[in-house]
Design a protein around this ligand. Structure first.
Ligand SMILES: [Zn+2]
Length: 596
């Protein structure tokens, strides 16, 4: 049955699990005084700074700062999601995972989703049979041959053929009203104004899209003759969300559970062409630019992403967009590289001409830090004094988006050297003067929105406190500044200090204070809205996505609100230099700031 895992069970499970036994199964531990020690599995080192404390059931690395309990170890070391870890630990302890109840409405949604997944399997089979048997599938087969896709690969990726007909799918899988209804919900047929239906995909090669767990969720279809559009994807449906899914991720995970790196390429033909040459660790977004959700999903499978782009101007622009999205996600242990192909070549052309060894050669990879530095320095001449200051300032805008860690430190040092500044000066540039010195303007629409987002974030944290561990230091600091923001910051800090903390213990912490009542309300309302999810294994994924999305929106609101505040101050009083700079960055074109 679907539903959330009760917190009391998680507490009980942690009590039954011994962290020393558990970690010792993955990383051999040696007793050292009160603690156990090992070479840290989360960073490279020569002498052990990874320490496990049996009394506190906690690990900590003095080298890289990695720390947590048994659950966080399993999540980070084995790259499992939260629910999978709970199930794994429960299996080790020999107990079953209970789930809280599910409302009839949610159960019905889940049932209808299950029906859609099952239907998609039938449709995949149908299109595959058409490719094999249809009397007019020859041009499709010719096309695949021409692209070098052999039978084994076509089988692995379940490639099919949608015949040149308005109703072949409807005639085969949509004979009853409920059956047609399901095809419509799955986005496979289109309703005309007169209420009749026709097949969405016609005369196309069909590429089934599976989510990371292998469930069939949609299709990409490529036209065989000269019709348009050349590529057509399933529309958004209850089970298909373009901004979240990656073509090829499931197959890549089938090839290797923990690939060393994943390449992000542009389309499904690239994924197939590379797989044809044995490069199986490739994924493609579905006709959209990479989103934060995409990258979070990839980072759950590997610690290294390589973006593969055409070397032309459009490719460089796309690379820059990807870089900006990746920056806030680059905690220690995660890496992003770029690979620029010769102009006019796609991965298919390249691997055909140069071979797989050339494609996977790490020497052609460009580190994210190098791409960032190149971009920053292209408008500035670091031998000119004024340019140095402007470069330092521009760099600080990017640095503040990077979580604390090695990348941030190395980049800060490099930029400091380039601009003749002390790294600490640069650090100061990335911080702004605290909000306490600023008179607070009256409540605005934005401030209300901000409060709402904060409430929702707190609600999710009460439901699953470990969500706080997903945030970078920079994000946490940026959430401060209003009463609600300060509270959220305190809550997140509390959780990060006590990664195994439960909702009950959080409430205990504020018992007898003015926050108690509101917190209790939030903890109860959280249960009803999030009491279940589309499937047991995704409830944790779902909460993570929801939570990170909320934090993103919250930080956006805060930036907007800060602009309103500073405008208010500007009209009545003088801004500090920091505030003036900040205002300029927020709104570089629309404002002229009087130097006095
Ligand atoms: Zn470490």
């Amino acid at each position: 049955m679907s539903g959330l895992i009760p917190q009391s069970f998680i507490d009980d499970l942690l009590a039954r699990t011994d962290i020393v036994d558990l970690i010792h199964g993955f990383v051999p531990l040696k007793k050292a005084g009160q603690n156990y020690q090992a070479l840290c599995p989360f960073h490279d080192e020569k002498s052990p700074s990874f320490s496990v404390n049996q009394d506190r059931q906690f690990y900590h690395c003095f080298g890289c700062g990695a720390s947590g309990n048994a659950i966080s170890f399993m999540m980070n070391y084995n790259r499992m999601d939260f629910v999978t870890v709970i199930e794994d630990l429960a299996a080790r302890a020999g107990i079953a995972v209970p789930r809280t109840g599910v409302s009839p409405e949610l159960l019905k949604n889940k049932e209808s989703q299950t029906e859609l997944y099952e239907l998609m399997e039938l449709v995949i089979n149908f299109y595959r049979m058409q490719l094999a048997d249809h009397q007019r599938s020859q041009p499709a087969i010719e096309y695949l041959k021409k692209r070098g896709i052999d039978e084994a690969l076509a089988t692995k990726f379940e490639i099919g053929y949608a015949p040149d007909s308005w109703d072949s799918l409807i005639r085969n899988l949509g004979r009853s009203d409920p059956a047609r209804d399901r095809l419509y919900k799955a986005g496979l047929i289109i309703r005309r104004d007169d209420g009749k239906y026709y097949d969405r995909f016609r005369q196309r090669i069909m590429y089934p899209i599976r989510d990371h767990r292998g469930r069939a969720i949609g299709f990409g279809g490529r036209i065989i003759d000269s019709g348009t559009p050349k590529y057509l994807n399933s529309p958004e449906t209850p089970i298909f969300h373009k901004g979240r899914e990656l073509y090829g991720l499931y197959q890549a995970r089938q090839s290797s559970r923990n690939p060393e790196r994943l390449y992000v390429v542009e389309g499904y033909m690239d994924v197939l062409a590379l797989a044809q040459f044995g490069v199986n660790n490739c994924v493609a977004t579905l006709g959209t630019a990479a989103t934060r959700e995409h990258l979070e999903r990839i980072f759950r499978t590997t610690s290294e992403i390589v973006f593969c782009f055409d070397g032309d101007e459009a490719g460089k622009k796309a690379a820059w967009r990807a870089l900006e999205i990746a920056l806030p996600l680059l905690r220690d242990g995660r890496e992003v590289y770029f690979m620029f192909l010769p102009e006019g070549q796609d991965p298919d052309d390249f691997i055909r001409a140069e071979g797989a060894t050339a494609f996977t050669d790490s020497r052609q990879l460009r580190a994210l830090s190098a791409v960032l530095l190149e971009h920053l320095t292209q408008d500035f001449n670091p031998t000119i004094r004024e340019h140095k200051a402007r470069l330092a300032h521009k760099a600080s805008e990017f640095l503040k988006n990077i979580p604390q860690g090695n990348l941030k430190q190395i980049l800060s040092e490099q930029i400091a050297t380039l601009t003749d500044q002390e790294a600490s000066q640069l650090e100061a540039l990335t911080k702004l003067s605290g909000p306490s010195s600023i008179p607070r303007p009256h409540s605005t629409e934005n401030a209300r929105e901000e409060r709402k987002l904060i409430s929702q974030a707190i609600k999710l944290l009460l439901q699953q406190p470990q969500l706080a561990l997903l945030l970078g230091e920079a994000e946490i600091m940026e959430a401060r500044g209003s009463a609600g923001g300060e509270f959220l910051h305190t809550l997140i800090t509390l959780i990060r200090k006590n990664p195994a903390i439960t909702c009950a213990r959080i409430l205990e912490n504020w018992r007898g204070t003015r926050y108690e009542k509101r917190l209790t309300q939030l903890s109860l309302s959280g249960q009803s809205r999030y009491a279940a999810d589309d499937a047991p294994l995704t409830s944790s994924d779902f909460l993570q996505t929801e939570f990170l999305g909320l934090i993103d929106r919250l930080l956006d609101e805060k930036r907007k609100n800060r602009l309103v505040e500073l405008n208010t101050i500007e009209s009545t009083t003088k801004l500090t230099n920091d505030q003036r700079e900040y205002l300029k960055n927020l709104n570089p074109n629309a404002r002229r700031i009087n130097p006095n």
